[in-house]
Each structure stands twice: as structure tokens, then as C-alpha cells.
Design a protein around this ligand. Structure first.
Ligand code: C5P
Length: 208
């Protein structure tokens, strides 16, 4: 299989030196890339800025913003069998980006944010009958219900549910929810073990 994998955070700039982002480390993405390569799959990683290094066998496309991640994914997805959306793209971007550094004035400033495009949802709409998409859902409450809603909204074939303890950690606790909303697999362990289980699930249930 040829797998497109998004990984890491994105950045949305307010001015040339400041941005909003999140604490995603890219660890889960790196382990998924490794697990897929170990199972003889081809992997294209579209990654935001991270410190982790991806396996040398993977093709890595480095991006900064959610728009950049979407653009790279739209370009690569037609040549791939499926998408694993393990990235944590910024959901919001500033309405306007200042050309110059925003100066302090002693007064509060208002930051107006608009939603960015959702990459998993966009590719979900574009997928052919022979392609699949697997999303992630990081939930702090009502995990199962919210994951099913997300899965339907983003037209995913399945969703991996995890909690906030997954961020910047080497371990993870996940559930895989299929398109019918059933929990197919629940697993806690190192991100390496979890990644292996996710790739096996893709091979057995999503690959067409
Ligand atoms: O809605 P939420 O951000 O919780 O959904 C998480 C899933 O959606 C992940 O698979 C993530 O990679 C994906 N996502 C995306 N584009 C965004 C935001 C989230 O692909 N702009």
C-alpha cells in the first residue's frame, strides 16, 4: 500500500515572528510511519514543524501551516491508497496576518480567528471508492459519542480515539471506532505498539 500520513502540529502566523500552534510532537506520526514501513508499505509523511525524525525510507514533505498541509495532501492523495490523519493541524487562523511585528501599545488587542479547512474532511469528500481515510480524535469528554460524530462529519472509514495524555508522550491509550460506530479495538501501550496495531487494522479492515 501507499499511505499518506499527516503528522505534527501546524503554525498559523499573526505576524512575521509570532504564531499559534499546539503541543503535538509528531511522535505518533513517526511510529505510524515506522510501523507501516516495517510492514512493507510506502509512506509519504506530510509533517508540520517537529523535532522527531521520520524513518529514512519515508518520503517527508515539510509544511508549516494548515493551508500548506492541505495543499501537499491534495497533491499526493490521488496517488495513495489511503490517508492516516495523525496531525494536529491548527483549527483556527488569524483573519489577518500583519506584515510587520505587532507592536505593544499598552492596550489589549483583539485576535479574530477563523476556522481553517479540515484536511481529513476534505480528502474524505474526494476519496475514490478504492481509497480509505482514517482520522484521529483527541477527546477530553464523551469520547465515543464525539468520535462517531467526527467520523461521520469527516467521512472517515474509521477513527482512532485518544485522550490528551497522548500529547508529547511515548505512550498512548486508544480505541479504534469503525464506520458503524463500533469499538473494534481498545489498546494501551507504547506508541510503537499502538502504531503497529493501527497499521494491522488498516491492512485487515480498510485496505481495498
Ligand atoms: O476535529 P478534530 O481536530 O478533533 O479532529 C481530529 C482529526 O482531524 C485528526 O485526524 C486531525 O488530523 C484532523 N484534522 C485535519 N485538519 C484540521 C483539523 C483536524 O485533518 N484542520
Amino acid at each position: 500500500m501507499k499511505i499518506l500520513l499527516t503528522s505534527g502540529p501546524t503554525r498559523q502566523y499573526l505576524d512575521p515572528v509570532r504564531f499559534i500552534s499546539n503541543a503535538s510532537s509528531g511522535t505518533m506520526g513517526r511510529e505510524l510511519a515506522q510501523a507501516a514501513i516495517d510492514r512493507n508499505h510506502e509512506v509519504i509523511v506530510v509533517s508540520g514543524p517537529v523535532k522527531v525524525s521520520y524513518p529514512s525510507e519515508a518520503e517527508v514533505i515539510s509544511v508549516e501551516t494548515t493551508e500548506g498541509m492541505l495543499e501537499a495532501c491534495l497533491r499526493e492523495f490521488p496517488f495513495c491508497d489511503g490517508l492516516i490523519g495523525a496531525a494536529a493541524p491548527c483549527d483556527y487562523r488569524p483573519v489577518s496576518v500583519s506584515n510587520q511585528k505587532i507592536r505593544k501599545t499598552g492596550e489589549p488587542i483583539d485576535l479574530r480567528l477563523v476556522e481553517t479547512e479540515d484536511i481529513v474532511a476534505t480528502l474524505g469528500q474526494q476519496k475514490r471508492a478504492d481509497q480509505w481515510t482514517l482520522g484521529f480524535a483527541l477527546e477530553t469528554e464523551d469520547a465515543h459519542f464525539r468520535a462517531i460524530t467526527k467520523l461521520q462529519k469527516k467521512l472517515c472509514d474509521a477513527v482512532v480515539v485518544n485522550g490528551p495524555s497522548a500529547i508529547d508522550s511515548n505512550t498512548n491509550s486508544i480505541e479504534i471506532v469503525n464506520h458503524a460506530g463500533e469499538i473494534i479495538l481498545a489498546l494501551s501501550g507504547s506508541k510503537m505498539d499502538v502504531a503497529e496495531a493501527i497499521i494491522l487494522y488498516v491492512e485487515e479492515h480498510l485496505a481495498k
